[in-house]
Design a protein around this ligand. Structure first.
Ligand code: ATP
Ligand code: ZN
Ligand code: MG
Length: 502
């Protein structure tokens, strides 16, 4: 700790301060005997060196801040003395993780991370005070726990447990519907990677799916529609955890650095002369990205309630959004119309008490079953899986796994999966996740400080993927309305005349 002056004359008072600190200042808030301790200290002119050890709840870096403030308080008046700046040469933290690492673990800011079984030693060097005050330390510890758990978990495959299965249905169709749609010119790939142009036949089908979701599930349960922006600033994703968890899947959005045409003149001229985009010049005219295209609608819906108090009599709040398209960079995972980079989802979000969330789950699962069993007549199943908010925030959900009974009663994600005959047998092929249903506990209500008058708020969301509903349906029933179940055929009505392309 660098002082504002030489402290030789205050030696006796410092001595007394440090003796008292161990029993008072650094013990405060900890069970007896579990406070932090100043192990040694020394003075050289205007610098005090301290060594602090802690095994209890008072973190060594908190203890340092307490000491720093304490010196100012106790000696400030008498000796006109205070600490200008503190820094840490070496900070060594030992803690245990749940799983021994299977590979080397590295994280930013760490001088080294080493293990002896499940005992981890994290070493930091030359750490400044902001770093300590902002509590990066605890987050570094969580990150190491998460990474070791992740290594363990990767080897095991995702958590998945079937909880319900529809009756088996006769296989009516065995082709990949995307291929047949391309042949029939219902869809056209592009104009950029992982996107499709949908022509009238399939557009109508997607719109009917959307209508069914709204009329048969959302309206009966009491959802109201909202419209959200589909440009999502990074601070929203910092709060939801997506920024750290899924940065490799975002489509990033940049604004012009300025709208002033003179700043863009060279760019425009180059385009006019070369008929090409001068990317280097473009780079000069843009700001770096500060936002991304909607990944899922719920973050912006939660954001809209930041610091709000919801009236008890308005609970549960039930909203859905269907205008913001989702953009995800799926890269090598892309397939057909079912795994694309731009898709159309309806996302219902529900906020209320825990009991209300469980009731919503019952109601919505009933309505979903009605749609998939009675209208679309799908062969499908439900499975409990690693919650999306753990996956997408880069966590691995180990806390939420294994305790299914508890999960059954409260939080978690249920995936809805459809059998895709073109992929092979029921037993061996991968079924398609066509939507999901989640209760996330207080994760997002806490992140956005959404309160009620009296009750603790939970929330959840459900992702209704229209491309997925449509391909699941077509993969089982084929493209010809004759093969479609009556309930769907009725709603679809006549096939649009479509386009006659020569
Ligand atoms: P997956 O495991 O298939 O990548 P996910 O866990 O990333 O899905 P969620 O973020 O939970 O998906 O999104 C919910 C719903 O959004 C999915 O059930 C699906 O209907 C739809 N969806 C997600 N990614 C895509 C995609 N690339 N193309 C089409 N629909 C998608
Ligand atoms: Zn969501
Ligand atoms: Mg995904």
């Amino acid at each position: 700790m660098k002082l504002n002056r030489c402290a030789k004359e205050a030696m006796d008072d410092l001595e007394a301060f440090f003796i008292k600190a161990n029993s008072e200042l650094l013990a405060r808030g900890a069970p007896p005997g579990e406070g932090a301790r100043v192990v040694s200290w020394s003075l050289a002119d205007d610098v005090i060196y301290v060594e602090i050890a802690s095994e209890g709840p008072i973190r060594a870096h908190d203890a340092l801040l307490r000491v720093k403030n304490g010196i100012g308080k106790e000696l400030g008046k008498k000796h006109r003395m205070g600490v200008r700046k503190s820094s840490v040469d070496v900070y060594e933290i030992a803690f245990s993780v749940d799983y021994p690492p299977m590979e080397v673990v590295t994280i930013p800011f760490a001088a080294s991370v080493s293990f002896n079984g499940t005992e981890c030693t994290l070493r930091l060097e030359n750490v400044d005070e902001v770093f300590l005050r902002e509590n990066y330390i605890d987050r570094m510890i969580s990150l190491i726990r998460d990474k070791t758990a992740g290594q363990h978990y990767m080897g095991k495959g995702e958590y998945w447990k079937e909880i319900w299965r529809s009756p088996r249905r006769e296989t009516l169709y065995q082709n990949d519907p995307t291929e047949e749609m391309v042949e029939r010119k219902w869809i056209k790939q592009g104009p950029t990677k992982g996107k499709w142009f949908l022509r009238p036949e399939i557009t109508k089908l997607m719109r009917i799916m959307e209508r069914i979701a709204i009329e048969e599930v959302l309206a009966p349960v009491g959802f109201q529609e909202v419209i959200a922006s589909h440009v999502v600033p990074f601070d929203i994703w910092i709060k939801t955890g997506h920024m750290g968890g899924s940065p490799n899947e975002f489509y990033y959005v940049s604004e012009p650095a300025t709208r002033d045409p003179s700043a863009w003149e060279t760019f425009s001229d180059l385009v006019k002369i070369t008929r090409k985009v001068p990317y280097e010049e473009l780079g000069k005219c843009l700001s770096g990205p500060r936002a991304g295209i909607c990944y899922a609608q719920c973050p912006v819906i939660y954001w809209s309630f930041t610091n709000e108090t919801l009236a008890d009599d308005s609970l549960p709040v039930l909203l859905f959004e269907r205008t913001a398209n989702s953009g995800r960079y799926e890269s090598g995972g892309r397939h057909g119309m079912e795994r694309v980079d731009e898709f159309h989802r309806i996302e219902p979000v529900y906020i209320g008490t825990k009991e209300q969330m469980l009731e919503i789950r019952e109601n919505m699962l009933d309505r979903y079953k009605h749609v998939f069993n009675d209208i679309l007549e799908l062969e499908w199943r439900m499975a409990r899986v690693t919650p999306f908010y753990m996956q997408q925030s880069g966590g691995f959900g180990l806390d939420d796994q294994g305790s299914n009974e508890e999960a059954e009663k409260s939080k978690g994600t249920i995936d809805f999966e459809a059998y895709m005959p073109y992929r092979g047998s029921r037993e061996e092929s991968e079924w398609l996740e066509f939507q999901n249903f989640s209760i996330v506990g207080d994760k997002y209500t806490r992140a956005f400080n959404i309160k009620s008058q009296t009750k603790e708020l939970w929330s959840g969301c459900s992702g209704i993927g229209l491309e997925r509903w449509s391909t699941a349906f077509l993969a089982q029933k084929g493209l010809s309305p004759d093969g479609w179940p009556a309930g769907f055929r009725e709603r679809y009505g006549k096939m649009p005349p479509g386009l006659h392309l020569l």
